[in-house]
Design a protein around this ligand. Structure first.
Ligand SMILES: [Fe+2]
Length: 253
C-alpha cells in the first residue's frame, strides 16, 4: 500500500501564517500529488489542519481536499477545534464519540489514528478515555502489525523549543505502548521538522509542515524570536507492506 502523509497544513484562507501563504502551499501540494501520486491508496493528514480553528477555513479546506483522488483521513492538532473539525471534515464511522480517534484496518496491518488535542493547550495528551480505547484497538488487532498516526510526538526530539512540555504524561504513554511489540512505527506532526529514531522499541518519524517550517535548533531560537525557516515544504510517501515501512519526503515547491 502506498499512503500519502501530509501534516501541519495550518490552512488560512485570508492571510499568511508566519509570512507563508499556506493556501498556495496546499494548492501546490495538491497539484503535485495529482500529477505524481494520484494512484496512492489513501492520504493521512496528521493535524493542525487549519491555523486558527475557524469555520470558514475548515469549509474552504474541505473543498480543496475533496480534490484528492484518494480517500483522505484528517487528525486533530492543537490548532484545531474539535467540534468544527467534526462539522466540516470527514470522520470515519468507527471513530470514538468523544474524540476523533479511529482505525483504518487492512488485512495485513491496522493503522490507528489518535486524537492528541487537549482543548485550550498547545500541549498534547492521551487521556484515560482515549488510552482505554487505544488499548482496546491494539488488542483487537490480534497478530497484525500496527502503525500509529498522531499529531503530538510522545517523545523528546532534541528540539529544545518543541520539546518544552509538548506531551502530557509522555512517560506513561510510552510505557503503555512499549508493552505491544506489534506497534511498529509512530508517525507524528506538530514539530514542523523531520526527525526519525526509535523510542520504547518503536520506530518513529516526524515531518516538515506542508507550509510553515520551524528553524533547526541551532542557532538557538525562542518562540518570541521565531521566524519561519526558509526551507521547502514536503509531504511523505509511505510504502507499507506487512512489517516493512519506507518513507520518502517529497518536496513540491
Ligand atoms: Fe503545527
Amino acid at each position: 500500500m502506498n499512503l500519502l502523509w501530509l501534516t501541519d497544513l495550518h490552512f488560512c484562507s485570508e492571510e499568511k501564517v508566519a509570512g507563508v501563504d499556506t493556501k498556495a502551499c496546499l494548492e501546490a501540494a495538491l497539484r503535485h500529488i495529482n500529477q505524481h501520486y494520484a494512484d496512492a491508496d489513501l492520504c493521512i493528514l496528521s493535524g493542525d489542519m487549519v491555523d486558527k480553528g475557524q469555520a470558514g477555513d475548515y469549509q474552504e479546506l474541505r473543498s480543496r481536499l475533496d480534490t484528492l483522488p484518494m480517500p483522505w483521513y484528517p487528525l486533530t492538532g492543537n490548532h484545531d477545534d474539535r467540534s468544527l473539525f467534526r462539522e466540516f471534515l470527514p470522520v470515519p464511522d468507527n471513530a470514538m464519540d468523544t474524540h476523533i480517534q479511529y482505525v483504518l484496518p487492512t488485512p495485513e496491518y491496522d493503522i490507528i489514528c489518535l486524537d492528541t488535542l487537549q482543548e485550550g493547550s498547545s500541549q498534547g495528551e492521551i487521556c484515560e478515555l482515549r488510552m482505554a480505547w487505544l488499548i482496546q484497538q491494539i488488542e483487537a488487532a490480534g497478530d497484525k502489525p500496527i502503525y500509529l498516526f498522531m499529531h503530538h510526538p510522545p517523545m523528546t526530539l532534541d528540539l529544545p523549543m518543541q520539546d518544552l512540555d509538548s506531551f502530557k504524561d509522555r512517560e506513561i504513554f510510552l510505557r503503555t505502548i512499549a508493552g505491544y511489540p506489534k506497534i511498529k512505527t509512530i508517525f507524528a506532526g506538530h514539530v514542523h521538522r523531520a526527525v526519525c529514531g526509535q523510542v520504547a522499541g518503536i520506530a518513529y518519524a516526524t515531518m516538515k509542515s506542508l507550509s510553515v517550517q520551524a528553524p533547526p535548533p541551532y542557532p538557538a531560537w525562542t518562540w518570541d524570536s521565531f521566524k519561519a525557516a526558509d526551507e521547502a515544504p514536503n509531504y511523505g510517501v509511505v510504502s507499507l507492506s506487512g512489517n516493512s515501512v519506507n518513507i520518502q519526503f517529497v518536496e513540491f515547491l
